[in-house]
Design a protein around this ligand. Structure first.
Ligand SMILES: C[S@@+](CC[C@H](N)C(=O)[O-])C[C@H]1O[C@@H](n2cnc3c(N)ncnc32)[C@H](O)[C@@H]1O
Length: 227
């Protein structure tokens, strides 16, 4: 069983290595399936997307917290989608939010959270599964803040229905911080203003957060009655 898993992982990693080489970052030709994208994020090959890559950059998380404060997000329930090792959850905890939930597909990242950010790991309800599986059973209009940073770019076109659920579970503010242009065979850039406004939300803020980077746009949305 262990051997079979190892072999499957090795084959998957080899496939990604070959695809990146043959098609390059810009190609659309090798667009992988929804399942292979989810598998990639469950156990990313290479160094770049390993949990270790998300440990230090706390200034990025602090920038999200400052924006939430500026937008007067109440200190009620918060949901992060794609929390990795939990550094943003820790920043929200440090600033007085203690009803924290998240969804993260990578089991190694979730395991590392207990080691790296034990306070946040103790308090947060982390759903270690794909957003596609976790968000459907979350309650309507529950969270004062639903946020994601550098995650929606990895959501496969077949999974775009999750955006509707993000709107459904938001009571207060929905904050998405995404690169809307970056192209590669396993990235899915989109313009989030028309997407979330098309789902009935109103964009209440748009800005670049220098700490996060010039290529990421932070957009905040609310239901019309909450504007
Ligand atoms: C580029 S990383 C960003 C991590 C974190 N938001 C940050 O900015 O430090 C993308 C994260 O989204 C997670 N992710 C990707 N696809 C996912 C899915 N379908 N469901 C849940 N998490 C997912 C990955 O495991 C990874 O932790």
């Amino acid at each position: 069983m262990v051997k079979a898993n190892k072999l499957r992982n090795a084959l998957r990693k080899a496939r990604y290595a070959v695809l990146s080489r043959v098609y390059g970052r810009e190609s659309e030709k090798a667009r992988p399936s929804q399942h292979s994208i989810q598998d990639y994020w469950r156990d990313p090959p290479g160094k770049n997307n390993q949990p270790g890559a998300y440990i230090d950059l706390t200034e990025k998380s602090e920038a999200l917290v400052r924006l939430a404060e500026e937008l007067s997000v109440p200190k009620g329930p918060v949901l992060e989608i794609g929390s990795n090792v939990g550094r943003s959850l820790q920043s929200f905890l440090d600033h007085g939010w203690s009803d924290l939930s998240s969804i993260e597909i990578n089991p190694q990242a979730v395991a590392k959270m207990a080691e790296l950010f034990p306070e946040a790991a103790d308090i947060a309800k982390v759903h270690n599964m794909a957003v596609e599986d976790a968000i459907v059973s979350m309650p309507d209009r529950h969270f004062d803040l639903v946020f994601s940073k550098a995650v929606l770019l990895h959501i496969h076109p077949d999974s775009e229905w999750v955006f509707e659920h993000m709107v459904r579970v938001t009571k207060g503010t929905l904050l998405v911080v995404e690169n809307e242009d970056q192209q590669s065979y396993k990235l899915f850039p989109r313009k989030y203003r028309p997407i979330f406004e098309g789902l009935g939300m109103v964009q209440v803020d748009e800005r670049i957060l220098p700490e996060v980077g010039q290529t990421y746009i932070a957009r905040s949305f609310r239901h019309p009655e909450a504007v």
